[in-house]
Each structure stands twice: as C-alpha cells, then as structure tokens.
Design a protein around this ligand. Structure first.
Ligand code: NAD
Ligand code: 89V
Length: 352
C-alpha cells in the first residue's frame, strides 16, 4: 500500500562518495524522512556520513558495507542508490528482491540493454523506481517550463540548450577520465532529459562528438540536433572543454523561439521573454538550501527537489516524472546519439 502524506519514510542510502553528500544533506533536511542507514564498500566513508548527521543533530544512521545486509536489518521504506552506473543493476536488483521503493542516480546503467533489464526486474516485482535525473528539477528549468505552459511565447519552434564550460569535472569525479562514453552519457543525458521535459519525446537525432582534452578516454564535447515528435527542433550542446568568460557553470543557457516570441535564459539566471507586447526581464535564480554552497546552490536545490518529488510519488502511489520507464526514453537518446556519431547520419528513435 502507498505510504500516505504525513507518514514518515525510513530512508537508507548506498554509496557515500563525492556526490552523495548532497543527497545525505537533502534527506536530512526533508520533512517526513528519517535517514536510518548509510552503506558503502568503504566503511570510513559510510562512517563519515553517519558522523555528519550526528553533528547536525540528527539520529545517527546505522553504518553498513553490504546493501542486502542493511535491507535485511533495517527494512527501510526507500533506498537511494548513489553509486556509479556499473553497480546499478546489481544494487537495484537487491532492492527489487527486498520489494523496496528505489531512487537511483543517473546514468541509469552503462548501456541500453542493461537499462531494459533493470526496468523489467523492477516492473516484475512492482517497486517504484525513479532515476535521480535532477536537471528538470532545477528551479530555473521549472520556471522555463511554466513560461511554455502559460503560452507566453506560443508554440515552441526551435530551441538551443547549451551546457558548455570549462568546469574541471575530473577533480571531483576522477573515474570519469577512464570512461569511454563520456560527455553524452555523463552530461548531455541531462540535456536530453531537459529537452524531453520542455518539448516532449524525440523522433530522430543527429549527433557529432569531439575529443579535445588529452589524457582522457572519452569524448568531451558534443553537438546534437533533436527533432521532436511535435516538430520542435532543438540543438543540444555539451562540453567540458570550453574556454568561456564568464564561465556559466553550472547553468544551462537556453534560447527558445516560439510562434509568439522568444525566451532566453542567460548568465546569472536572467530570463528574458520578448513578444509583440515588449520585453520582460526577470531573475529565475534558484533558492539555495541553507546548507548549500554558493557555486553548487542550484545543483543542491535540484537534488532536494528531486528527492522531495520521489517522496511525494511514494506517498501518493503515483509514478515519478523520471521513473525508470520514462528514463529509458532519455537513455535511448544517448544510445541513438552514439549511433548517429558513429554513422554520421540521423537515427530514428523507433529503431533504438
Ligand atoms: P564516487 O565514486 O565518488 O562514489 C561512489 C561510492 O559508491 C564510492 O564511495 C564507492 O565505494 C561506493 N560503492 C560502489 N559500489 C558499491 C556497492 N556495491 N555497495 C556499496 N557502496 C558502493 O561517485 P560519485 O561521483 O559520487 O557519483 C555517483 C553517481 O552520481 C554517478 O552515477 C554520477 O554520474 C552521479 N552524479 C550525478 C550528478 C548530478 O548532478 N545528477 C553529479 C555528480 C555525479
Ligand atoms: O551531473 C553530473 O554528473 C555532473 C556534471 C553535470 C558536472 O556533469 O558530473
């Protein structure tokens, strides 16, 4: 039976690395949530997370190094998988066997075949499974979606979503230097999901990638063209090698042309909407959580919003916006983009 609003949810986390600290703090700050356990193969990491919660005045979560043992002992209502993609199939499988609602970080898995196996496993036992795809939960992106829903620029015709900066992603996530599928799978996947969030599903894609930085295994730049089922054409640009001043990290810069006008999201979250009635300028800056770091404020706010969304989905029994089934479509875009890059041709999503 679905948990009701107001019921407290017992949450356990697996993976206590670089990005998981944001999850930890968001769970700690969410109402209706008790963080009961933290698990990592490295006991020191899990211990450090438990210590932090105790320092913040929360009840100290139990420390584990084995997910199955943690689930057997704690029987949580919800598990948060914050490990890298290679471990997701095994860990979500353990959650499915325990019948527990699960939220799992992006990328869902290393390839589409694995994604489909995990979706089948989760659906067979009927657990709610959401992918932690946080870009569409960024406050500024939710504001752009509201603008479209209100019809302020009419029907979107053409758009550009750009996340090109010089952010040193390898500093916090050194494992990415060895990943052969890099920018499309790690970063552009967020922009593909954003494109689906703003303009709906995609009919076909054309993608080209670039390799600029020396000493890494994967591509670090990509330019893609998405033709949506509703006819909108969206250009998606992502790179970890762009020299740009001011550097927009962590913002996605946006331009959308519609039948009645256009909108732009520029540096510092400046939104401009231009129509025949004139130009309206406003700030759509995120509201950072009070534990937020100024540079990462928008990212941390989106983590909080993403986790709050899953809590609400579990409590209401409704499917999450970025459910496993939904995220399979975002992942299919990544797979199609790699095929397009390899063949230098458009790829129909129906063939993926
Ligand atoms: P990380 O390597 O720093 O941390 C992963 C942790 O998981 C490690 O401490 C590791 O010991 C632990 N782990 C691995 N397998 C385990 C297992 N079987 N049982 C228990 N613990 C296990 O990785 P990270 O940089 O924190 O990234 C985690 C995920 O978050 C990645 O998929 C990454 O793409 C994603 N990420 C998302 C965003 C975002 O904005 N959505 C940002 C950064 C990273
Ligand atoms: O979401 C992520 O995985 C981050 C970033 C957006 C910087 O690529 O690593």
């Amino acid at each position: 039976m679905a948990k009701q609003t107001g019921d407290r949810l017992r949450v356990a986390m697996v993976g206590c690395g670089f990005f998981a600290r944001n999850h930890l703090l968001a769970w700690h700050h969410l109402p209706d949530v008790d963080l009961v356990g933290v698990c990592d193969l490295d006991p020191g990491r899990a211990q450090g997370f438990a210590d932090l919660i105790a320092e913040l005045g929360g009840s100290r979560p139990a420390v584990h190094t084995d997910l199955a043992a943690m689930l057997a002992e704690l029987r949580p209502d919800l598990v948060d998988v914050v490990t890298t993609m290679e471990s997701h199939e095994a860990l979500v499988g353990i959650c499915a066997e325990a019948g527990v609602a699960t939220i799992c970080q992006k990328p869902f898995a290393p390839d589409l075949a694995a994604v489909r196996r995990i979706v089948t496993t989760a659906e067979a036992v009927g657990i709610p499974l959401m992918i932690h795809e946080n870009f569409r939960f960024q406050g500024p992106m939710m504001a752009v979606r509201r603008c479209l829903d209100e019809g302020r620029i009419g029907t979107p015709l053409a758009a550009r979503l750009s996340w090109r900066c010089g952010f040193d992603v390898f500093k916090g996530q050194p494992y990415l230097a060895k990943v052969e599928r890099l920018v499309l799978l790690d970063l552009v996947i967020h922009l593909f999901d954003l494109a689906r969030f703003l303009f709906g599903d995609v009919a076909r894609i054309l993608a080209r990638t670039q390799r600029v930085r020396q000493g890494i295994a994967g591509e670090d730049g990509a330019v893609c063209l998405l033709e949506h089922e509703n006819g909108t054409i969206c250009e998606v640009l992502g790179s970890y090698h762009t020299r740009i001043d001011p550097d927009p990290f962590p913002q996605t810069l946006i331009r959308i042309d519609g039948t009645l006008g256009h909108l732009e999201v520029g540096h510092d979250y400046a939104l401009q909407v231009r129509t025949a009635a004139g130009t309206e300028c406003s700030s759509i800056a995120p509201v950072p959580p009070d534990w937020g770091d100024p540079v990462w404020a928008m990212v941390q706010e989106s983590v909080l919003n993403t986790q709050a969304h899953f809590v609400q989905a579990v409590q209401s029994g409704q499917e999450a916006a970025t459910s496993a089934r939904d995220n399979e479509k975002t992942f299919a875009l990544v797979e199609a983009a790699y095929r397009s890059d390899a063949s230098a041709a458009w790829v129909d999503l129906a063939t993926v």
